[in-house]
Ligand binder design. Structure first.
Ligand SMILES: [Zn+2]
Length: 373
Protein backbone atom coordinates (compact mmCIF):
# COMPACT_ATOMS: atom_id res chain seq x y z
CA UNK A 1 0.00 0.00 0.00
CA UNK A 2 1.23 3.51 -0.75
CA UNK A 3 1.79 5.82 2.22
CA UNK A 4 -0.81 8.62 2.46
CA UNK A 5 0.48 11.86 0.89
CA UNK A 6 1.13 14.75 3.28
CA UNK A 7 -1.33 17.56 2.39
CA UNK A 8 0.94 20.09 4.11
CA UNK A 9 3.68 19.64 1.48
CA UNK A 10 3.72 21.96 -1.56
CA UNK A 11 2.61 20.56 -4.93
CA UNK A 12 4.95 20.39 -7.93
CA UNK A 13 4.42 22.94 -10.71
CA UNK A 14 6.16 22.40 -14.04
CA UNK A 15 6.00 24.68 -17.06
CA UNK A 16 3.90 27.09 -14.97
CA UNK A 17 1.15 24.55 -14.27
CA UNK A 18 0.37 22.24 -11.36
CA UNK A 19 1.07 18.58 -12.01
CA UNK A 20 -1.38 16.77 -9.74
CA UNK A 21 -0.66 13.06 -9.45
CA UNK A 22 -2.97 10.37 -8.13
CA UNK A 23 -1.06 7.28 -7.05
CA UNK A 24 2.29 7.12 -8.83
CA UNK A 25 3.92 9.63 -11.17
CA UNK A 26 5.03 8.15 -14.49
CA UNK A 27 8.09 9.82 -16.01
CA UNK A 28 9.37 8.73 -19.40
CA UNK A 29 12.73 10.04 -20.59
CA UNK A 30 14.34 9.30 -23.93
CA UNK A 31 17.60 7.58 -23.12
CA UNK A 32 20.83 7.26 -25.03
CA UNK A 33 21.74 5.62 -28.27
CA UNK A 34 24.81 3.84 -26.91
CA UNK A 35 27.24 4.61 -29.72
CA UNK A 36 29.43 7.17 -28.01
CA UNK A 37 30.79 8.32 -24.65
CA UNK A 38 28.33 10.39 -22.57
CA UNK A 39 28.78 14.09 -23.21
CA UNK A 40 27.57 16.98 -21.10
CA UNK A 41 24.50 17.51 -23.30
CA UNK A 42 23.18 14.00 -22.62
CA UNK A 43 24.05 14.26 -18.94
CA UNK A 44 22.08 17.50 -18.54
CA UNK A 45 18.83 15.74 -19.50
CA UNK A 46 19.31 12.79 -17.15
CA UNK A 47 20.47 14.92 -14.22
CA UNK A 48 17.41 17.16 -14.64
CA UNK A 49 15.04 14.19 -14.75
CA UNK A 50 16.76 12.84 -11.65
CA UNK A 51 16.24 16.19 -9.90
CA UNK A 52 12.50 16.20 -10.77
CA UNK A 53 12.26 12.59 -9.57
CA UNK A 54 13.95 13.43 -6.25
CA UNK A 55 11.88 16.60 -5.70
CA UNK A 56 8.65 14.67 -6.33
CA UNK A 57 9.74 12.02 -3.81
CA UNK A 58 10.55 14.74 -1.25
CA UNK A 59 7.03 16.11 -1.85
CA UNK A 60 5.60 12.72 -0.96
CA UNK A 61 4.86 11.42 -4.47
CA UNK A 62 5.73 7.88 -5.57
CA UNK A 63 7.66 8.01 -8.84
CA UNK A 64 8.36 5.50 -11.60
CA UNK A 65 10.97 6.55 -14.13
CA UNK A 66 11.34 4.80 -17.47
CA UNK A 67 14.58 5.58 -19.35
CA UNK A 68 15.01 3.55 -22.49
CA UNK A 69 18.14 2.46 -24.27
CA UNK A 70 17.92 2.96 -28.04
CA UNK A 71 20.09 -0.01 -28.91
CA UNK A 72 18.54 -0.51 -32.34
CA UNK A 73 19.37 2.51 -34.43
CA UNK A 74 21.02 3.28 -37.77
CA UNK A 75 23.52 5.66 -36.12
CA UNK A 76 24.56 2.84 -33.78
CA UNK A 77 24.80 0.29 -36.61
CA UNK A 78 27.10 2.64 -38.56
CA UNK A 79 29.31 3.31 -35.52
CA UNK A 80 29.61 -0.43 -34.76
CA UNK A 81 30.52 -1.12 -38.39
CA UNK A 82 33.24 1.53 -38.27
CA UNK A 83 34.58 -0.06 -35.06
CA UNK A 84 34.46 -3.49 -36.74
CA UNK A 85 32.27 -5.01 -33.99
CA UNK A 86 28.89 -6.76 -33.91
CA UNK A 87 26.47 -4.01 -32.93
CA UNK A 88 25.05 -5.90 -29.90
CA UNK A 89 28.50 -6.12 -28.29
CA UNK A 90 29.39 -2.56 -29.27
CA UNK A 91 26.14 -1.28 -27.71
CA UNK A 92 26.68 -3.26 -24.48
CA UNK A 93 30.15 -1.74 -23.94
CA UNK A 94 28.87 1.79 -24.57
CA UNK A 95 25.91 1.20 -22.21
CA UNK A 96 28.37 0.15 -19.48
CA UNK A 97 30.30 3.46 -19.83
CA UNK A 98 27.01 5.35 -19.71
CA UNK A 99 25.98 3.68 -16.44
CA UNK A 100 29.35 4.49 -14.90
CA UNK A 101 28.92 8.19 -15.81
CA UNK A 102 25.36 8.27 -14.43
CA UNK A 103 26.54 6.72 -11.15
CA UNK A 104 29.29 9.37 -10.88
CA UNK A 105 26.61 12.05 -11.23
CA UNK A 106 24.39 10.36 -8.56
CA UNK A 107 21.57 9.78 -11.05
CA UNK A 108 19.24 7.17 -9.55
CA UNK A 109 18.75 4.02 -11.57
CA UNK A 110 15.41 4.23 -13.38
CA UNK A 111 12.56 1.95 -12.31
CA UNK A 112 12.29 0.66 -15.88
CA UNK A 113 15.13 0.55 -18.40
CA UNK A 114 13.69 -1.07 -21.54
CA UNK A 115 16.07 -1.87 -24.37
CA UNK A 116 14.74 -1.31 -27.85
CA UNK A 117 15.94 -4.67 -29.17
CA UNK A 118 13.59 -6.51 -26.77
CA UNK A 119 10.55 -4.48 -27.93
CA UNK A 120 10.61 -5.35 -31.62
CA UNK A 121 7.36 -7.42 -31.50
CA UNK A 122 5.61 -4.47 -29.82
CA UNK A 123 6.79 -2.16 -32.63
CA UNK A 124 5.36 -4.64 -35.15
CA UNK A 125 2.04 -4.54 -33.24
CA UNK A 126 2.17 -0.75 -33.18
CA UNK A 127 2.87 -0.54 -36.92
CA UNK A 128 0.00 -2.93 -37.70
CA UNK A 129 -2.39 -0.91 -35.50
CA UNK A 130 -1.33 2.36 -37.15
CA UNK A 131 -1.96 0.87 -40.61
CA UNK A 132 -5.41 -0.31 -39.45
CA UNK A 133 -6.22 3.16 -38.09
CA UNK A 134 -5.29 4.83 -41.39
CA UNK A 135 -2.53 6.96 -39.82
CA UNK A 136 0.16 4.86 -41.52
CA UNK A 137 0.58 3.02 -44.84
CA UNK A 138 2.80 0.23 -46.14
CA UNK A 139 5.20 0.61 -49.07
CA UNK A 140 8.28 -1.36 -50.18
CA UNK A 141 8.32 -3.54 -47.04
CA UNK A 142 8.22 -0.49 -44.74
CA UNK A 143 5.42 1.15 -42.73
CA UNK A 144 5.29 4.94 -42.77
CA UNK A 145 3.38 7.37 -40.56
CA UNK A 146 1.99 10.27 -42.57
CA UNK A 147 4.07 13.27 -41.55
CA UNK A 148 1.99 16.24 -42.73
CA UNK A 149 -0.50 16.19 -39.80
CA UNK A 150 2.38 15.81 -37.32
CA UNK A 151 4.21 18.79 -38.81
CA UNK A 152 1.04 20.88 -38.78
CA UNK A 153 0.42 20.08 -35.12
CA UNK A 154 4.03 20.99 -34.30
CA UNK A 155 3.30 24.36 -35.98
CA UNK A 156 6.29 24.05 -38.29
CA UNK A 157 6.60 25.14 -41.89
CA UNK A 158 7.28 22.41 -44.45
CA UNK A 159 10.84 23.60 -45.21
CA UNK A 160 11.67 23.95 -41.52
CA UNK A 161 10.32 20.44 -40.84
CA UNK A 162 12.29 18.97 -43.76
CA UNK A 163 15.51 20.57 -42.49
CA UNK A 164 14.94 19.15 -38.99
CA UNK A 165 14.17 15.71 -40.44
CA UNK A 166 17.33 15.79 -42.54
CA UNK A 167 19.38 16.71 -39.46
CA UNK A 168 17.85 13.73 -37.61
CA UNK A 169 18.38 10.91 -40.08
CA UNK A 170 14.77 11.28 -41.27
CA UNK A 171 15.49 9.81 -44.75
CA UNK A 172 13.72 12.61 -46.60
CA UNK A 173 15.23 11.26 -49.86
CA UNK A 174 13.62 7.79 -49.49
CA UNK A 175 11.84 7.36 -52.87
CA UNK A 176 9.37 4.79 -51.52
CA UNK A 177 7.53 7.31 -49.32
CA UNK A 178 4.49 9.22 -50.53
CA UNK A 179 5.80 12.38 -48.88
CA UNK A 180 9.36 13.12 -47.65
CA UNK A 181 7.78 14.21 -44.32
CA UNK A 182 6.51 10.65 -43.66
CA UNK A 183 8.55 8.70 -41.09
CA UNK A 184 9.18 4.97 -40.84
CA UNK A 185 7.38 3.14 -38.06
CA UNK A 186 8.93 0.01 -39.54
CA UNK A 187 11.89 0.18 -41.91
CA UNK A 188 12.70 -2.54 -44.46
CA UNK A 189 16.30 -3.78 -44.00
CA UNK A 190 18.85 -4.68 -46.65
CA UNK A 191 21.08 -7.75 -46.23
CA UNK A 192 23.80 -5.97 -44.18
CA UNK A 193 21.42 -4.20 -41.79
CA UNK A 194 19.91 -5.63 -38.56
CA UNK A 195 16.60 -7.30 -39.37
CA UNK A 196 13.66 -8.98 -37.66
CA UNK A 197 10.74 -10.77 -39.29
CA UNK A 198 7.49 -8.84 -39.80
CA UNK A 199 4.28 -9.14 -41.84
CA UNK A 200 5.93 -6.74 -44.34
CA UNK A 201 9.21 -8.67 -44.64
CA UNK A 202 12.55 -8.37 -42.79
CA UNK A 203 13.08 -4.96 -41.24
CA UNK A 204 13.71 -2.98 -38.08
CA UNK A 205 11.84 -0.49 -35.89
CA UNK A 206 11.86 3.22 -36.66
CA UNK A 207 13.44 5.33 -33.92
CA UNK A 208 10.26 7.20 -32.91
CA UNK A 209 8.25 3.95 -32.92
CA UNK A 210 10.66 2.34 -30.46
CA UNK A 211 9.93 4.99 -27.83
CA UNK A 212 6.18 4.82 -28.50
CA UNK A 213 6.20 1.04 -28.06
CA UNK A 214 8.35 1.14 -24.92
CA UNK A 215 6.34 3.96 -23.29
CA UNK A 216 2.96 2.34 -24.03
CA UNK A 217 4.21 -1.09 -22.90
CA UNK A 218 5.63 0.29 -19.65
CA UNK A 219 3.04 2.89 -18.60
CA UNK A 220 -0.10 2.40 -20.70
CA UNK A 221 -1.65 5.13 -22.85
CA UNK A 222 -0.38 8.23 -21.03
CA UNK A 223 2.57 9.54 -19.01
CA UNK A 224 2.62 12.36 -16.45
CA UNK A 225 5.92 13.82 -17.58
CA UNK A 226 7.86 13.16 -20.75
CA UNK A 227 11.41 14.47 -20.83
CA UNK A 228 14.26 14.67 -23.27
CA UNK A 229 16.74 17.08 -24.79
CA UNK A 230 15.30 20.17 -26.51
CA UNK A 231 16.54 18.84 -29.86
CA UNK A 232 14.15 15.87 -29.53
CA UNK A 233 11.05 18.09 -29.64
CA UNK A 234 10.82 17.56 -33.41
CA UNK A 235 10.81 15.12 -35.06
CA UNK A 236 11.27 12.55 -32.29
CA UNK A 237 8.70 13.58 -29.67
CA UNK A 238 6.21 14.88 -32.22
CA UNK A 239 6.12 11.54 -34.06
CA UNK A 240 6.36 9.48 -30.86
CA UNK A 241 3.27 11.12 -29.37
CA UNK A 242 1.34 11.21 -32.67
CA UNK A 243 1.79 7.45 -32.96
CA UNK A 244 0.70 6.82 -29.38
CA UNK A 245 -2.40 9.02 -29.70
CA UNK A 246 -3.40 7.50 -33.06
CA UNK A 247 -3.28 4.00 -31.58
CA UNK A 248 -4.78 4.59 -28.11
CA UNK A 249 -7.15 7.50 -28.82
CA UNK A 250 -5.94 8.96 -25.49
CA UNK A 251 -4.93 12.62 -25.84
CA UNK A 252 -2.54 13.94 -24.66
CA UNK A 253 -0.01 11.12 -24.59
CA UNK A 254 2.16 13.27 -22.28
CA UNK A 255 0.52 15.56 -19.70
CA UNK A 256 3.66 17.70 -19.42
CA UNK A 257 6.94 17.92 -21.32
CA UNK A 258 10.37 18.83 -20.04
CA UNK A 259 12.70 19.75 -22.87
CA UNK A 260 16.10 20.32 -21.31
CA UNK A 261 18.06 23.19 -22.87
CA UNK A 262 20.86 22.37 -25.29
CA UNK A 263 24.42 22.61 -23.96
CA UNK A 264 26.61 24.51 -26.39
CA UNK A 265 30.34 25.02 -26.58
CA UNK A 266 31.70 28.07 -28.39
CA UNK A 267 28.15 28.99 -29.47
CA UNK A 268 27.52 25.65 -31.20
CA UNK A 269 25.60 22.55 -30.18
CA UNK A 270 27.91 19.81 -28.95
CA UNK A 271 28.46 17.32 -31.77
CA UNK A 272 31.06 14.83 -32.81
CA UNK A 273 31.22 16.46 -36.24
CA UNK A 274 32.01 19.86 -34.68
CA UNK A 275 34.70 18.32 -32.45
CA UNK A 276 33.46 20.25 -29.42
CA UNK A 277 32.28 17.38 -27.20
CA UNK A 278 32.79 17.80 -23.47
CA UNK A 279 32.78 14.41 -21.72
CA UNK A 280 31.25 13.83 -18.30
CA UNK A 281 34.13 11.56 -17.24
CA UNK A 282 36.71 14.33 -17.86
CA UNK A 283 34.74 16.92 -15.88
CA UNK A 284 34.15 14.54 -12.96
CA UNK A 285 37.90 13.72 -12.90
CA UNK A 286 38.72 17.44 -12.72
CA UNK A 287 36.19 18.20 -9.96
CA UNK A 288 33.56 15.82 -8.59
CA UNK A 289 30.19 14.40 -9.57
CA UNK A 290 28.45 16.78 -7.15
CA UNK A 291 30.15 19.83 -8.70
CA UNK A 292 29.14 18.76 -12.24
CA UNK A 293 25.58 18.14 -10.96
CA UNK A 294 25.49 21.60 -9.40
CA UNK A 295 26.77 23.15 -12.63
CA UNK A 296 23.99 21.45 -14.63
CA UNK A 297 21.16 22.25 -12.19
CA UNK A 298 22.05 25.81 -11.14
CA UNK A 299 20.28 27.38 -14.14
CA UNK A 300 16.83 27.33 -15.78
CA UNK A 301 16.23 23.76 -17.03
CA UNK A 302 14.82 24.70 -20.43
CA UNK A 303 17.33 27.37 -21.49
CA UNK A 304 20.18 26.63 -23.89
CA UNK A 305 23.56 27.67 -22.46
CA UNK A 306 27.15 27.93 -23.48
CA UNK A 307 29.54 25.85 -21.39
CA UNK A 308 32.98 27.23 -20.47
CA UNK A 309 35.70 26.06 -18.06
CA UNK A 310 34.71 28.83 -15.64
CA UNK A 311 31.32 27.12 -15.04
CA UNK A 312 32.95 24.25 -13.20
CA UNK A 313 34.88 26.60 -10.91
CA UNK A 314 31.77 28.66 -10.22
CA UNK A 315 29.75 25.55 -9.40
CA UNK A 316 32.51 24.44 -7.01
CA UNK A 317 32.33 27.76 -5.15
CA UNK A 318 28.54 27.55 -5.01
CA UNK A 319 28.60 23.99 -3.66
CA UNK A 320 31.28 24.82 -1.03
CA UNK A 321 29.14 27.71 0.21
CA UNK A 322 26.11 25.40 0.53
CA UNK A 323 28.13 22.78 2.41
CA UNK A 324 29.59 25.40 4.82
CA UNK A 325 26.09 26.77 5.41
CA UNK A 326 24.84 23.26 6.15
CA UNK A 327 27.42 23.03 8.96
CA UNK A 328 25.73 25.84 10.89
CA UNK A 329 23.50 24.57 13.71
CA UNK A 330 19.74 24.96 13.95
CA UNK A 331 17.30 26.22 11.35
CA UNK A 332 13.58 26.89 11.23
CA UNK A 333 10.67 25.06 9.61
CA UNK A 334 9.89 28.24 7.64
CA UNK A 335 13.39 28.24 6.08
CA UNK A 336 13.18 24.58 5.09
CA UNK A 337 9.68 25.17 3.72
CA UNK A 338 10.85 28.16 1.61
CA UNK A 339 13.55 26.01 -0.02
CA UNK A 340 11.03 23.24 -0.71
CA UNK A 341 8.62 25.73 -2.25
CA UNK A 342 11.35 26.95 -4.60
CA UNK A 343 11.93 23.34 -5.68
CA UNK A 344 8.19 22.72 -6.09
CA UNK A 345 7.94 25.84 -8.25
CA UNK A 346 9.30 24.40 -11.50
CA UNK A 347 12.33 22.87 -9.73
CA UNK A 348 13.92 26.30 -9.37
CA UNK A 349 17.34 25.14 -8.21
CA UNK A 350 19.10 28.55 -8.42
CA UNK A 351 16.55 30.07 -6.02
CA UNK A 352 16.58 27.03 -3.73
CA UNK A 353 20.40 27.26 -3.57
CA UNK A 354 20.28 30.99 -2.75
CA UNK A 355 17.71 30.49 0.01
CA UNK A 356 19.40 27.42 1.52
CA UNK A 357 22.87 29.01 1.52
CA UNK A 358 21.57 32.16 3.14
CA UNK A 359 19.50 30.36 5.79
CA UNK A 360 22.07 27.64 6.47
CA UNK A 361 21.49 24.84 8.97
CA UNK A 362 18.56 22.52 8.41
CA UNK A 363 17.35 24.17 5.18
CA UNK A 364 20.79 23.68 3.60
CA UNK A 365 21.06 20.09 4.82
CA UNK A 366 17.61 19.31 3.44
CA UNK A 367 18.52 20.72 0.00
CA UNK A 368 21.76 18.71 -0.07
CA UNK A 369 19.76 15.57 0.72
CA UNK A 370 16.96 16.27 -1.77
CA UNK A 371 19.22 17.09 -4.72
CA UNK A 372 22.01 14.65 -3.79
CA UNK A 373 24.65 17.38 -3.66
ZN1 LIG B 1 12.41 8.73 -27.33
Amino acid sequence: MLPAPDPALPRLHLGGRALPVVGRARIYVCGVTPYDVTHLGHAATFVWVDAVDRVLRRLGVQVDVCRNVTDVDDVLTDAAQRAGQPYERFAAVQAFHFERDMAALSVRRPTHEPRAHTFVPQVVDLAAALVDSGAAYTAGGSVYLSGAPVVERARLGREEALALLQANNGRTDDPVKRDPLDQAVWQASSADEPAWPSPWGPGRPGWHAECTAMALSTFGPTVDLHAGGADLRFPHHAFESAQAEAVTGVVPFARTWLHVGTVQVGGEKMAKSTGNLVFVGDLVARSSGAVVRTMLLDRPARDAWDHTDADLEQAGVRLDALHSAAGRPGGTDAETRAVLEALADGVDVPRALDLATEAGGRAARDLIAVLAL
